[in-house]
Design a binder for this molecule. Structure first.
Ligand SMILES: Cc1cc2nc3c(=O)[nH]c(=O)nc-3n(C[C@H](O)[C@H](O)[C@H](O)COP(=O)(O)OP(=O)(O)OC[C@H]3O[C@@H](n4cnc5c(N)ncnc54)[C@H](O)[C@@H]3O)c2cc1C
Length: 463
């Protein structure tokens, strides 16, 4: 039997890579992991974590305003962008350290280098030029924001990567894109006092989410003062004499702003990785093709997380890593379960969702009951804020199963986590009905909507 330098070599120190490396090492395997940038990966360094911290920062504007309705007088407010960036940096550095500590404690060898494949079981460490061998290889290299090379002036634009560390807070920003990253950043910048325009080529922001959520959030964002231009796109970006940028749009003419941010999707980090030499096949978007057990086309090489373009979320990458461990090191073949993934959009208000949208459910089931509530949250009664919470249950009439829940409102992400359990457990509408309400909360609506608001039969809305 061939002998290798390592039992497992992991390329990429992000959510999926660190989890697979750490757990394999803790099981006694000889593991090395290589990271070319910073341990923690996208989630910790320039994704979920800093994003959520900035969301918190941006929410204070409304908190200060709302406080007055409850008797508070809030004095002069100032915001220091550099202070926020510094505080964020401190926290992500702490997490980066914890990730490495976890790996070290488990006995994994931590490498700070880019790694590339040179053959089926061989990896070149770019910094040292050394080649090492491993019995198994996990590719967990993630992705990066699409640079949109075809756009004249794209090099003048920023992506989510740069947005976190801008030397100064812009006075105005144009964000291109309609996905959750574009929408979240639009809310962050607006909340921090930046004049914000969101431009998206589709009919409505957040495609694939439930229509009620999409329209509801669109209306709420516009009401706050975020300009949203749908069915339009940027055709070129140029720099003005004063250093500001002009984005020439298809329908709305020239828009001028301090920054233009492109949030137009993400590309797998597979370029130059040596996949051909190793016999690892990719699809037309450059994502690594895997089977139900995260196995690539090359024996002994596995891929997980964003690079496989299945579901691009941190918990999914971690779950795929744990399934790899079960399958390969615990003799318990386990394929990742991508069904009913609860998820959130950290917009303001938030969206929390699990299961099928009404539109997707209507394609799958003949007869649906839709339970929908739209109301002013209690806090808004005294704060005077005119905002709406929307809650929606999608029920398959044939077996009463709840197949989708969608919430637009405060802390909807937290609610989605718990609703994820109920849907995963296969709860029916009757289970919701016999659950006692928690009063006074917004979520009590979910267990007190006794009659369908309307039905959808064979794709048509009735009643
Ligand atoms: C702005 C933003 C916000 C997000 N918000 C959320 C959220 O709220 N919730 C959520 O669940 N998900 C969120 N995500 C998605 C989440 O960050 C990813 O799904 C997750 O990080 C994927 O993990 P991964 O292990 O596949 O890859 P990554 O975390 O991207 O890690 C890959 C690592 O590999 C390294 N690497 C690449 N090539 C090489 C190489 N050849 N050699 C060595 N190292 C290499 C990279 O530097 C990187 O550190 C967000 C993403 C972004 C961009």
């Amino acid at each position: 039997m061939a002998s290798f330098d390592y039992d497992l070599f992991v390329i990429g120190g992000g959510s999926g890579g660190v989890r697979s490396g750490r757990v394999a090492a803790a099981l006694g395997k000889k593991v090395a992991i290589a990271e070319e940038f910073r341990y923690g990966g996208t989630c910790v360094i320039r994704g979920c974590v800093p994003k959520k911290l900035y969301v918190y920062a941006s929410q204070f504007t409304e908190h200060f305003e709302d406080a007055e309705g409850f008797g508070w007088s809030v004095g002069e407010r100032t915001f220091d962008w550099q202070k926020l960036v510094k505080a964020k940096e401190k926290e992500i550095t702490r997490l980066e350290g914890l990730y490495q500590k976890g790996l070290a404690n488990a006995g994994a060898e931590i490498l700070h280098t880019r790694a590339e494949l040179t053959g089926p079981n061989t990896i070149r460490l770019i910094d040292s030029g050394k080649t090492v061998t491993a019995e198994r290889i996990v590719i967990a290299v993630g992705g990066h924001p699409t640079p949109h090379d075809a756009l004249p002036g794209h090099e003048l634009c920023i992506s989510s990567n740069e947005a976190f560390d801008l030397p100064e807070l812009p006075k105005s920003i144009i964000i291109a894109g309609g996905g959750y990253i574009a929408v979240e950043f639009a809310n962050i910048f607006h909340g921090l006092g930046v004049e914000t325009t969101l431009i998206y080529r589709g009919k409505e922001i957040l495609s694939r989410f439930d229509q009620d959520m999409r329209r509801g959030l669109h209306a709420a964002m516009e009401q706050k003062g975020i300009r949203i231009l749908c069915e339009d796109l940027i055709q070129s970006v140029t720099k003005n004499a004063d250093g500001r940028l002009t984005a020439e749009t298809m329908k709305h003419g020239a828009l001028v702003a301090d920054q233009v941010m492109l949030a137009l999707g993400r590309v797998p980090n597979t370029k130059g990785l040596g996949l051909e030499a190793a016999g690892v096949a990719v699809n037309e978007r450059g994502a690594i093709i895997v089977d139900a057990f995260s196995r690539t086309s090359a024996p002994g090489i596995y891929a997980l997380g964003d690079v496989t373009d299945r579901v691009q979320l941190t918990p999914v990458a971690i779950h795929e890593a744990m399934c790899f461990i079960e399958t390969e090191y615990k003799g318990n073949p386990t394929s990742p379960d991508h069904d009913l993934i609860a998820t959130a959009v950290f917009s303001q208000p938030e969206i929390g969702t699990v299961g099928l949208s009404e539109e997707a459910a209507a394609k799958k089931f003949q007869d649906l009951e839709i339970y929908r509530a739209e109301f002013r949250p209690m806090k808004a009664t005294l704060s005077g804020r005119s905002e709406k919470t929307i809650m929606k249950l999608i029920v398959n009439a044939a077996d009463r199963k709840v197949v989708g829940v969608h919430i637009l409102g405060h802390e909807a992400g937290e609610m989605a986590q718990l609703l994820g359990i109920t849907l995963k457990a296969g709860c029916t509408k009757d289970d919701f009905d016999r659950t006692m309400a928690v009063h006074p909360t917004a979520t009590e609506e979910l267990v007190t909507m006794y009659n369908p608001t309307y039905r959808v039969k064979n794709g048509e809305k009735v009643g």
